[in-house]
Design a protein around this ligand. Sequence first.
Ligand code: HDD
Length: 700
Amino acid sequence: MPSARPGQRAVPSPVSRTGAGGELHQQVAEGVPALTSNQGVVVADNQNSLRGGQRGPTLLEDFLLREKITHFDHERIPERVVHARGSAAHGYFECTHDCSAFTRAAFLAKRGKKTPVFTRFSTVAGGAGSADTPRDVRGFAVKFYTDEGNFDLVGNNVPVFFIQDAIKFPDLIHAVKMEPDRGFPQAASAHDTFWDFISLTPESLHMVMWAMSDRTLPRSLRMIDGFGVHTFRLVNAAGEWQFVKFHWRSTLGVQSTTWDEAVQLAGADSDYHRRDLWQAIDRGDFPSWTLGLQVFDQATADSLPFDVLDPTKLIPEELVPIQTVGRMVLDRNPANFFAETEQVAFCPSHLVPGIDFSNDPLLQGRLFSYLDTQLSRLGGPNFHQRPINQPRCPFHNLQRDGQHQMQVPGGRVAYEPNSLAPEGPRESPRSGFNSLALAEEGPKARLRPESFADHYSQARLFYRSLTPPEQGHIAAALAFEQGKVDTAAVRERVLGHLAVIDAGLLADVCQRLGVAAADVVPARPAMPPQDLPPAPSLSQLASRQGELAGREVAVLVADGVDAAVLNRLRLGVQRAGAKLTVVAPLLAGVHAADGSPVAADHALAGAPSCLFDAVAVLGGEPGIAALCGKPAAADWVRAAWRHLKAIGHDDGGHALLQAAGVGSDGAVVALSGKASVEQFVAAAAAGKHLAREGAPGTDA
Ligand code: HDD
């Protein structure tokens, strides 16, 4: 029998009430907690407000109604001005490599040390209710609840940023967000104001190349890498420091959707990424990342052909290798979205001893911005007291009062130094956080260093380090976005920048736009670009792992399906660590050739093939003939073909492929025996079949 928890009052006896609105069909078990007001008054009726007469007016005196409605009216807090749309999970970070030689941070010091984390992924431009799959950079923010205080690593899924100085951030964001007069487009960079800003801000071009790449169309939040972007410092116990850049590497590898797939997903399931993360964790398929560090000294920094304080530049791992020092596993979904995912407050200024900032001017501005934004978003200076934001180590100080103060600090002493409370908190000169004592010099001025002036070399480096299909996707994205720009002068300036980055890129974009590349007036760079040696590590295809683990294969079944083939397929997919989902014309499922029922996970109408990583079609002749008459079935296989997916089929399924005009290639596999299932699984594990691009029915 359920019983009320301590502090809760039990409902005295089960009740069943009939009101004017009809009978209340609610099971009330004995011993359940009584519903109360926020003042602890037990509520007798939660269905009807207090009225003067059965059909009369509602009375102002109904304090229970007013309390409930007032609370509801204030349920929302301001959404984040950027990164409003996000999904998060709890987990842990495990140090796998003793880093005490270069940092005194305890969470990195000892192999095997585990630290709880809360990680929030986000899009940047869209509002909290926007779809998960627009082309956008993804936020990758990790709160480490270390024994020495909270450390927030607030990064993105690309390694560079649009601007070099924080003073430009409001302009960048105003440009990319929906235009203020018309309120559109939501969650899209494909509009005039964004490209106007970009065309006048050449420092953004390197990140623009990343933003137009496949990185900003992630298949899953579990399949993105993360980057701390800025150069930070690590400081060891002897006070010696080195520079560091932080890298998260997805265990599942970086995987992307195609553009058309992302567009379809926005309609088919606007919570695609949120649901995917939640469901993976829920079924025990915990996503994980390794943490890598690029550690380098001042001499190395000085030897590089760019400034390590410039956040629009990366350091190729070909120049400074990445050392893996730990791994993060996300193994628990939030218990409450609002209390945790919405109220979590990340601040790059949340630092622990052993890590320090660099003079990156973008980072320096962020150190102000995040603390400031929490004051308005979370309503005051006590946001650190919310459970999700509280350090897990003890914290004591003499800060007092303020909005939403939840603690009741006793005693008469709220100052320091003091002699009246010798047991109170005191500073710890040696073990506490000490900023590095570094000498700074130079005039006080609003200056951009000369060493930040090269805006094109790394944009070119990135583009030239990619494989031809990746390069083609960038050109297609740029052409799409420019096609949405109304103002010709803006487009022309953008093309002028592409001319400096790479002539091949310009030619490809111009061809897709139907514009003559020869007419484009190249931009005049402040500093002529250099040809840096290509860095293959920047290509996401180069790091592809060819695994099906963590992904989802769907089989569209029709009546008369061969149960043995279906079972073989299920086993093969599951053995590869993936999930097999059965889609049927109706939710009722179908019947196999042997008459046995085949249950469906989804009805065709609710499960377009864009939701899955690979597909198969199986069914007997009459069943498939019925499917061939349904546009949704033809669209299902046609979209899978267009989205470069592996497609399995039996003889019946082949008839549907033909009726839909789907072609054939190495990733279209006839399914029957075990070997053919293995072939299909291998084709599905290979990911997108880029060799298919340009074939009839696909995008070039
Ligand atoms: Fe920022 C949120 C990442 C530059 C100001 N930012 C925010 C989040 C991420 C980033 C992941 C969401 C955190 C969460 O999940 O709650 N931002 C970055 C990266 C940047 C960057 C990687 C450059 C390297 N940001 C940046 C600058 C400024 C801001 C230069 C302001 C000067 N960012 C904010 C903010 C947000 C924010 C307005 C919105 C909500 C919040 O902070 O808590 O303060």
